[in-house]
Design a protein around this ligand. Structure first.
Ligand SMILES: [Fe+2]
Length: 670
């Protein structure tokens, strides 16, 4: 009597996932190997079933082998996974793939149970993982990012790819995502042209003139910002819960760069009083000091390095008390202090300088460097060091989807020579690279972990600090999820220490990708389960929640350009008496720069059409039922947080939505 194997082959649902080519399949078991007589032509989105009647019992299944055949056209096939029901059982053995099958080579898919190296003494799996890593290390290589600017060393390494075609198909956007991305760029370009035509003969000398371009794609919150942007509490609010909640700190002393000359005793007394009450806060943009400003179309742009001191009212509102636009220097030993009581235009211009500086640090330090480039290092190290059978690979791979492509696009279009940063931002033209270089010194392990970062910034326990609240909750939930998975595979600390693949992965991130980041507190090895969990929580949090918080707000807060000017076209004011409307309008971005800002921030901040919410990937990398239960608990925890945030937001004038789990993407994809 034969042995009946029931085989199900699932093909991806994306455009072009199916193939006109034929695929041959073999089952490989402990006791033997059998080829399927039937040949498969995979159909997009289908799960096709075959039966193999084998004269012999193959024993426990170890691999499914695939070979795609073609004569003229190599029609790539995206295989989701293959499952096999063995004779006399109802259980399925799964062989996850989630990759493109291309060319004529044989692809071996191991049985999906997660295993550590040398875990079960089955030599075939050990050989498989070594071969897989060898291949992946040739495909995924780190290079310094020297190609996109004058910089030579000290910025995180990136994937070796000069253009999108250099990327392996497995890390490219699926067709739907690519089409949408490129369509959105074209739609944005068209909108810009229309706005330019519409404003061709218009004046650009009053703040209301920004209304001429304030149409097209925008969010509901943007409308409110359009109305309230000049109010001081709106200005203060953004440091807590805007698109860059990363810069604010509770003051522990008056900053040394704050120069309080004679005649400002009253202000000094107020600052001291707030300091003693613990309600004095600061946002210091000193990182921008001395960065060369851009020249756009022959017109010199300007940069400042402001410091703003704020106080927190008992109702949780944060109000600016004083702005010092520049640090003291030999030519201006006592820089002008701008106050809420100043002539309105002078105060508005001072706030605009702060908002412009915030735009730069937000985009370059907290968005590009601390999320996109860190996520890329995690992605490349994961591909290079962890085989598909490794539980940490299975845990992380849904959180690195599309990251290599979006970053390659950023390097070739956004921050490249002549790219959008050069065209519209005052840090463009090389200053942005110097800024990234400086920001690296602040890229510590603690700065990526909210419990440490928020404590360091004195932001714990503030009811109106909504980013801080939600980030901590998400950190806890992710930590529980990670711990659930880690404890399934690492029963003791010595198993962590003795996992050579894991240790190589950690070292690759810290020493190679992040450029000797052990000096900034990153681990170079993992000594315990707790240390591994903390590191993995940081990885998942950075690739998901943190990017969500930093990325999405662009759409709301940057569409009304005066609220967050991408560049400044006049030098920072040194006196307040002669600030006129002409000074304000001459400083803020011109029409072309403003249109570009609106278009790009819409493009990058809008909800992605194929977005996968945190924890809701469809790919089943883990076959273990316990691992599936941990994922399902993660989803429940996220849902509870979702409900909590929704209820809280209903009570608020300005709901904080960016860390709602349903709005957080599962990886950095935009
Ligand atoms: Fe982003």
């Amino acid at each position: 009597m034969g042995h009946c194997y029931r085989i199900r082959v699932a093909t991806g649902a994306w455009l072009f996932s199916g193939s006109h080519n034929c695929v041959r399949l073999w089952l490989v078991g402990e006791r033997g190997e059998a080829e399927l007589e039937l040949q498969l032509r995979p159909v997009r989105g289908e799960k096709e079933e075959f039966v193999l009647d084998s004269p012999e019992d193959l024993g426990t299944l170890q691999f499914v082998k695939l070979r795609k055949q073609h004569s003229l056209v190599d029609d790539a096939w995206f295989c989701d996974r293959i499952t096999v029901q063995c004779p006399g059982t109802s259980a399925e053995t799964a062989f996850p793939c989630y990759r493109w099958v291309q060319g004529k080579g044989v692809l071996s898919l191991p049985e999906g149970t997660a295993r550590l190296a040398g875990d079960n003494g089955l030599d075939v799996f050990q050989k498989h993982r070594e071969k897989e890593l060898k291949e992946r290390q040739q495909i995924y290589c780190f290079v310094p990012t020297s190609s996109w600017a004058t910089w030579k060393e000290g910025i995180p390494l990136t994937i070796a790819a000069n253009c999108l075609d250099d990327l392996h198909p497995n890390v490219r956007f699926q067709e739907e995502k690519r089409l949408d991305f490129e369509w959105a760029l074209k739609a944005g370009a068209l909108e810009m042209v229309l706005k330019r035509v519409y404003t061709l003969l218009s004046r650009w000398n009053r703040l209301e003139d920004f209304d001429l371009i304030f149409w097209g794609q925008k969010s509901a919150l943007t409308e409110k910002i359009h109305q309230c942007w000049q109010e001081d509490d709106f200005f203060g609010y953004q440091f807590l819960n805007g698109t860059n909640p990363m810069l604010l700190r509770r003051s522990t002393s008056l900053p040394s760069r704050l120069v309080l000359p004679s005649g400002t005793e009253e202000l000094q007394a107020q600052l001291e009083k707030e300091l003693q009450n613990g309600s004095l806060f600061e946002a210091d943009f000193i990182l921008l000091d001395g960065i060369p400003a851009n020249v756009i179309k022959g017109e010199k742009q300007y940069l400042a390095a402001p410091l703003v001191m704020l106080k927190m009212e008992p109702n949780g509102k944060l109000l600016p008390m004083v702005i010092q636009i520049q640090p003291p220097n030999p030519s201006f030993p006592t820089p002008t202090l701008f106050l809420p009581s100043d002539p309105p235009l002078a105060w508005l211009l001072a706030k605009s300088w702060v908002r412009n500086s915030d735009f730069q640090l937000h985009q370059l330090q907290y968005h590009l460097l601390n999320t996109h480039l860190v996520a890329e290092v995690i992605a490349v190290a994961t591909m290079r060091c962890l085989p598909g059978l490794h539980p940490v690979f299975k845990l992380l791979v849904p959180h690195i989807r599309y990251t290599l492509e979006i970053n390659t696009r950023a390097r070739t279009q956004l921050i490249s020579d002549g790219g959008l940063f050069d065209q519209a931002a005052n840090t463009g033209g090389g200053g942005h690279v110097q800024l990234l270089h400086r920001a690296m010194a602040q890229l510590t392990y603690c700065s990526l972990c909210p419990p440490d970062d928020l404590a360091d910034r004195g932001l714990l326990g503030i009811p109106s600090a909504l980013y801080a609240h939600d980030a901590l909750q998400l950190w806890e939930i992710i930590a529980r999820y990670v711990e659930g998975i880690v404890h399934l595979f690492y029963q003791r600390d010595d198993i962590v220490r003795g996992d050579p693949e894991l240790q190589a992965w950690c070292r690759e991130i810290t020493e190679v990708g992040l450029c000797q980041a052990q000096n900034r507190g990153f681990p170079i090895s993992l000594q315990s389960r707790a240390q591994l969990c903390h590191f993995l929580t940081m990885c998942v949090f950075t690739c998901t929640a943190q990017h969500g918080a930093i990325n999405q707000g662009q759409l709301d807060w940057y569409a009304w350009v005066p609220n967050a000017p991408c560049t400044m076209r006049m030098p920072p004011p040194t006196t307040k008496e002669d600030v006129t409307l002409a000074t304000v309008m001459g400083s803020l971005p011109d029409i072309r720069q403003s249109c570009l800002q609106m278009t790009i921030t819409w493009h990058l901040g809008r909800r992605q059409p194929d977005m996968v919410p945190l924890g809701h990937h469809k790919e089943e990398y883990f076959s273990d039922p316990q691992a599936k239960a941990v994922l399902s608990q993660f989803q429940t925890d996220l849902e509870n947080l979702e409900n909590e945030i929704t209820a809280r937001n209903e009570q608020l004038d300005l709901p904080y939505e960016y860390l709602k789990p349903s709005r957080i993407e599962n990886s950095v994809t935009i």
